[in-house]
Design a protein. Sequence first.
Length: 153
Amino acid sequence: MDEKALFTQFWTTEATTTRNVLARIPEGSDYRPDPRSRTAHEIAWQILCEEKMIIEALESGKVTWAPPPLPTTMQEVLNVYETHSAEVAQRWRDLPAARWNGTLEFFGSERPASPMAWSFLFDIVHHRGQISTYLRPMGSTVPQIYGPSGDEP
Protein backbone atom coordinates (compact mmCIF):
# COMPACT_ATOMS: atom_id res chain seq x y z
CA MET A 1 0.00 0.00 0.00
CA ASP A 2 1.43 3.38 -0.94
CA GLU A 3 1.32 6.41 1.36
CA LYS A 4 -1.65 8.07 -0.37
CA ALA A 5 -3.70 4.88 -0.06
CA LEU A 6 -2.72 4.59 3.60
CA PHE A 7 -3.69 8.22 4.19
CA THR A 8 -7.02 7.73 2.43
CA GLN A 9 -7.74 4.68 4.56
CA PHE A 10 -6.97 6.63 7.75
CA TRP A 11 -8.96 9.64 6.52
CA THR A 12 -12.03 7.50 5.84
CA THR A 13 -11.86 5.75 9.22
CA GLU A 14 -11.32 9.01 11.08
CA ALA A 15 -14.19 10.68 9.20
CA THR A 16 -16.58 7.95 10.37
CA THR A 17 -15.45 8.47 13.96
CA THR A 18 -15.72 12.24 13.58
CA ARG A 19 -19.27 11.88 12.28
CA ASN A 20 -20.15 9.79 15.35
CA VAL A 21 -18.75 12.45 17.69
CA LEU A 22 -20.51 15.29 15.85
CA ALA A 23 -23.81 13.41 16.04
CA ARG A 24 -23.62 13.55 19.85
CA ILE A 25 -23.52 17.36 20.03
CA PRO A 26 -26.86 18.40 21.53
CA GLU A 27 -28.92 20.76 19.40
CA GLY A 28 -28.86 24.31 20.70
CA SER A 29 -26.03 23.79 23.19
CA ASP A 30 -23.88 26.86 23.70
CA TYR A 31 -21.56 25.14 26.19
CA ARG A 32 -17.96 26.26 26.17
CA PRO A 33 -15.48 25.43 28.95
CA ASP A 34 -14.13 28.98 28.99
CA PRO A 35 -15.42 32.28 27.57
CA ARG A 36 -12.52 32.27 25.08
CA SER A 37 -13.37 28.75 23.86
CA ARG A 38 -15.57 28.00 20.89
CA THR A 39 -18.76 25.98 21.17
CA ALA A 40 -18.85 22.39 19.92
CA HIS A 41 -21.11 23.57 17.10
CA GLU A 42 -18.45 26.08 16.01
CA ILE A 43 -15.63 23.52 16.28
CA ALA A 44 -17.67 21.01 14.26
CA TRP A 45 -18.01 23.56 11.46
CA GLN A 46 -14.29 24.29 11.57
CA ILE A 47 -13.57 20.58 11.15
CA LEU A 48 -15.78 20.41 8.10
CA CYS A 49 -14.25 23.56 6.61
CA GLU A 50 -10.70 22.30 7.22
CA GLU A 51 -11.50 18.99 5.56
CA LYS A 52 -12.83 20.83 2.52
CA MET A 53 -9.91 23.24 2.46
CA ILE A 54 -7.13 20.62 2.53
CA ILE A 55 -8.51 18.46 -0.28
CA GLU A 56 -9.10 21.58 -2.39
CA ALA A 57 -5.55 22.72 -1.62
CA LEU A 58 -4.04 19.46 -2.82
CA GLU A 59 -6.24 19.45 -5.91
CA SER A 60 -5.44 23.07 -6.83
CA GLY A 61 -1.96 23.50 -5.36
CA LYS A 62 -3.00 26.44 -3.15
CA VAL A 63 -4.57 26.79 0.29
CA THR A 64 -7.54 29.13 0.40
CA TRP A 65 -9.35 29.73 3.68
CA ALA A 66 -12.82 31.15 3.08
CA PRO A 67 -15.26 29.18 5.24
CA PRO A 68 -18.95 29.72 4.59
CA PRO A 69 -21.14 31.01 7.43
CA LEU A 70 -21.87 28.65 10.31
CA PRO A 71 -25.20 26.86 9.81
CA THR A 72 -27.84 27.69 12.38
CA THR A 73 -28.40 24.16 13.65
CA MET A 74 -26.15 21.27 14.53
CA GLN A 75 -28.37 19.03 12.41
CA GLU A 76 -27.49 21.15 9.36
CA VAL A 77 -23.77 20.79 10.18
CA LEU A 78 -24.18 17.04 10.54
CA ASN A 79 -26.11 16.75 7.27
CA VAL A 80 -23.45 18.72 5.40
CA TYR A 81 -20.71 16.65 7.06
CA GLU A 82 -22.28 13.35 6.04
CA THR A 83 -22.58 14.41 2.38
CA HIS A 84 -19.21 16.12 2.34
CA SER A 85 -17.42 13.23 4.03
CA ALA A 86 -18.33 10.69 1.35
CA GLU A 87 -17.34 13.13 -1.42
CA VAL A 88 -14.00 13.99 0.17
CA ALA A 89 -13.02 10.34 0.63
CA GLN A 90 -13.57 9.78 -3.09
CA ARG A 91 -11.61 12.92 -3.93
CA TRP A 92 -8.65 11.59 -1.91
CA ARG A 93 -8.84 8.31 -3.85
CA ASP A 94 -8.98 10.22 -7.15
CA LEU A 95 -6.17 12.65 -6.31
CA PRO A 96 -3.30 12.16 -8.80
CA ALA A 97 -0.01 10.94 -7.35
CA ALA A 98 1.70 14.03 -8.78
CA ARG A 99 -0.49 16.25 -6.58
CA TRP A 100 0.03 14.04 -3.51
CA ASN A 101 3.81 14.09 -4.03
CA GLY A 102 3.90 17.74 -5.12
CA THR A 103 3.79 21.02 -3.28
CA LEU A 104 1.15 23.55 -2.41
CA GLU A 105 1.13 27.21 -1.57
CA PHE A 106 0.29 27.68 2.10
CA PHE A 107 -0.40 31.38 2.72
CA GLY A 108 2.60 32.57 0.73
CA SER A 109 4.98 29.71 1.46
CA GLU A 110 5.61 26.56 -0.58
CA ARG A 111 5.01 23.34 1.40
CA PRO A 112 5.15 19.63 0.54
CA ALA A 113 1.58 18.48 -0.10
CA SER A 114 1.39 15.08 1.58
CA PRO A 115 2.83 16.22 4.94
CA MET A 116 0.31 19.07 4.91
CA ALA A 117 -2.51 16.56 4.37
CA TRP A 118 -1.32 14.49 7.33
CA SER A 119 -0.96 17.62 9.44
CA PHE A 120 -4.54 18.64 8.73
CA LEU A 121 -5.80 15.15 9.48
CA PHE A 122 -4.09 15.32 12.88
CA ASP A 123 -5.51 18.80 13.49
CA ILE A 124 -9.01 17.54 12.70
CA VAL A 125 -8.53 14.63 15.13
CA HIS A 126 -7.37 17.17 17.74
CA HIS A 127 -10.52 19.28 17.28
CA ARG A 128 -12.67 16.15 17.45
CA GLY A 129 -10.97 15.42 20.78
CA GLN A 130 -11.93 18.89 21.99
CA ILE A 131 -15.54 18.16 21.17
CA SER A 132 -15.40 14.77 22.90
CA THR A 133 -14.44 16.54 26.16
CA TYR A 134 -17.47 18.84 25.81
CA LEU A 135 -20.03 16.05 25.34
CA ARG A 136 -20.69 14.99 28.94
CA PRO A 137 -20.81 18.57 30.30
CA MET A 138 -23.39 19.25 27.56
CA GLY A 139 -25.48 16.33 28.84
CA SER A 140 -24.56 13.96 26.02
CA THR A 141 -22.57 10.74 25.82
CA VAL A 142 -19.18 9.91 24.33
CA PRO A 143 -19.13 7.38 21.49
CA GLN A 144 -16.37 4.87 20.98
CA ILE A 145 -13.44 6.63 19.36
CA TYR A 146 -10.41 4.30 19.42
CA GLY A 147 -12.12 1.73 21.58
CA PRO A 148 -14.78 1.61 24.26
CA SER A 149 -15.81 4.75 26.13
CA GLY A 150 -17.44 5.05 29.53
CA ASP A 151 -20.73 5.43 27.65
CA GLU A 152 -20.17 2.73 25.01
CA PRO A 153 -18.27 -0.17 26.56
